[in-house]
Each structure stands twice: as structure tokens, then as C-alpha cells.
Ligand binder design. Structure first.
Ligand SMILES: [Zn+2]
Length: 329
């Protein structure tokens, strides 16, 4: 945990008592670092500086290089995905988190040389009965080439896939295939997400909202800079799955005071909080809640609303949704 030292024990136990969700997590970026250390201690030393609370990456490229350097050596087989999913869920359950939306990256299918349904099975077979996981395939804006073409043409037939997510750098153009693939995903009953407005502009978010039938924005920080965009996400009932600690450590926000979460929440935009890539950010869901209390100056009522939003956005049986919301009330 990054921020347990700055929180008082009362806040810590209050956060622990809330039934929570995690709805923005890259599975390759979710491997608990200690697993990596246990595997190759000489290569991955016990306490690297990037896992510390005060550490900030120089920029997105620096973060990405660090992430790939730690994730790529590990994710070499479906078994590794299976093991990782188990470890991730155990950590979440210990924090009173009972619902997870996570994505695997399309590129891994080519690297490992397996098909999509195999990886989905490896991940989903690791989920215990008392936990809900929905699985997304993440693609980047130029994924429709080489082997990627066949995978993207095929995925709408994968019945066990719950949705798609547009990952990665926002400076590449939004290509025509994305519109087709996202529309097919929706027709197949899948959820459709996209990363936008993390480092990208208001125009970037607007383009994604205009062209893709998304139900969820990943980050979406830039929405707070434009009144019409705020109206649009409210009208379309789009949830923003935000990651304040990731934003701070990657410098998507210059400082805590300018993070848009409190402002968006006050404006009635449905926001949740999640960890993004804890493998190199070092955060937990609990840290995200502590950050809301300590650094974003949010009241307990506001923080409770964020927890509620997670369950409102979650696709779980009505009974589970009702019970979780009642527990929060
Ligand atoms: Zn992300």
C-alpha cells in the first residue's frame, strides 16, 4: 500500500469496510510485483523506487518502458495469466473488492502464439465463485494490421469475451476499423470502453464519443474542461473509470489540486476509481480511496458516491447489486 502511513487508522478501517469495485485494470499491469521478485530476485530487486508513494515517472514513455520491462518477461503462457488472475483476485478480496473489470492486450496473443478464446478460458477459470470478473480485450489505435486483422475480425464471435477497450497513446489517429469493430462488439452484446482524455485533449474525447458507441470512458479527465462534454457523458449515461494515483504518478495531472475527479463528481458525472497498472505504480484500490480522502479533499459522502458508482456501473445480478448498494447506504 502506498498511502497507509499518511492515513489515520479510522479512515483506513472505514475504507476497508466499504464493498468496492475495480473497473479499470490492465491484467499485464496487475501482476503483484512480489511474484516477479520471487521468480527472479536478482533481476527484479525487492524494493524498486517506482513502487514508492512519492515516485513519479518522467512521462508516459518512461512509464510504458518500465511497465513493458516488467510485464513482458512474465506473460509467456496462458498458465501465467491464470496464476496472475488468481493472485490479483486474492489481493482484491482482502481489500473488500468483489467485482473486477480487467483487460488483456491483443498483442500478447501474437507474442505467445495462442488464440483469444484460450486466454479468456485461462483467465476466467481462475475466478472463484464468490467473485465477479468481466474480461475485455484491449487494442491500440493501430492494432488492425498483420495478425491483428484476423483477431479483430473474429472477436465478436467469442462468446466469453465481455467487451473491448481502446488502449494506449491518444496521439495516433482514430482509424475507420475501430468504428466497425466497436459497433460489432455492441451488436454482440459486449461492453465498449475507450481510453481518452488521460493526456489527450477535449477534442480527443469528443472524437471518441462521436465515433465510437462506448458506454465507458477510461480516465476521461479532459471531460472536466468542457461543459458540453460533461453534458454529453451525463446524457449518454457514460461512466468515467478514473485512476487518480496513476494520473499523479504518470503526470497526467500536474498536482493533486488540479485533479478533475471532485469537480466531475459535483457536476453529476458518474465516476469510479481504479488502479490501472499496480505492477509499476505500486497502488491498491485502498490507496485510491485514501488518496480521495487525503489528497483530493473529498468528504466521506463524496467518497461513498464513488463506491456506489462502481456498483451502479457493474454488470452483476440485481440481487448482488442491491446488497452492495444497501451495505454502502
Ligand atoms: Zn488504463
Amino acid at each position: 500500500m502506498l498511502f497507509s502511513k499518511v492515513a489515520d487508522s479510522d479512515t483506513l478501517s472505514w475504507v476497508q469496510s466499504l464493498p468496492k469495485t475495480e473497473t479499470h485494470l490492465h491484467l499485464e499491469g496487475a501482476l503483484p510485483y512480489e511474484e516477479l521478485h520471487r521468480w527472479k530476485p536478482a533481476e527484479f530487486p525487492r524494493d524498486p523506487d517506482f513502487l514508492h508513494g512519492e515516485y513519479r515517472f518522467q512521462d508516459f514513455a518512461h512509464f510504458e518502458t518500465t511497465l513493458l520491462g516488467h510485464a513482458v518477461p512474465w506473460f509467456t503462457s496462458p498458465e501465467r495469466y491464470h496464476e496472475t488472475t488468481k493472485a490479483v483476485i486474492q489481493k482484491l478480496q482482502a481489500q473488500n473488492v468483489h467485482y473486477l473489470e480487467t483487460s488483456f492486450h491483443i498483442g500478447i496473443l501474437e507474442i505467445i502464439g495462442i488464440n483469444g478464446e484460450e486466454i479468456i478460458d485461462a483467465i476466467k477459470s481462475a475466478v472463484p465463485k464468490d467473485f465477479s470478473l468481466r474480461l475485455f480485450m484491449g487494442m491500440v489505435r493501430n492494432s488492425y494490421q498483420g495478425v491483428g486483422k484476423k483477431i479483430i475480425d473474429d472477436f465478436p464471435n467469442w462468446s466469453a469475451l465481455d467487451g473491448v477497450d481502446l488502449h494506449g497513446p491518444e496521439d495516433l489517429p482514430l482509424e475507420e476499423w475501430t468504428e466497425r469493430a466497436w459497433a460489432e462488439a455492441r451488436q454482440a452484446g459486449m461492453e465498449a470502453k475507450a481510453h481518452a482524455g488521460e493526456f489527450g485533449s477535449v477534442e480527443n474525447v469528443r472524437a471518441v464519443l462521436d465515433r465510437l458507441p462506448i458506454t465507458r470512458l477510461q480516465h476521461g479527465n479532459a471531460v472536466a474542461r468542457d461543459e458540453t462534454l460533461m453534458n454529453l457523458v451525463r446524457e449518454r449515461d457514460i461512466t468515467l473509470d478514473m485512476c487518480p494515483v496513476s494520473n499523479w504518478k504518470l503526470r497526467a495531472t500536474s498536482d493533486w489540486a488540479s485533479h478533475p475527479l471532485p469537480r466531475l463528481l459535483k457536476a453529476g458525472v458518474r465516476c469510479t476509481v481504479s488502479t490501472d497498472d499496480p505492477l509499476v505504480i505500486g497502488n491498491t484500490v485502498t490507496d485510491e480511496y485514501l488518496a480521495m480522502a487525503q489528497f483530493l479533499g473529498m468528504s466521506r459522502e463524496e467518497i461513498l458516491q464513488v463506491a456506489r458508482n462502481g456498483w451502479i456501473a457493474a454488470k452483476v445480478p440485481e440481487e448482488q447489486k442491491r446488497k452492495s448498494l444497501e451495505a454502502l447506504d
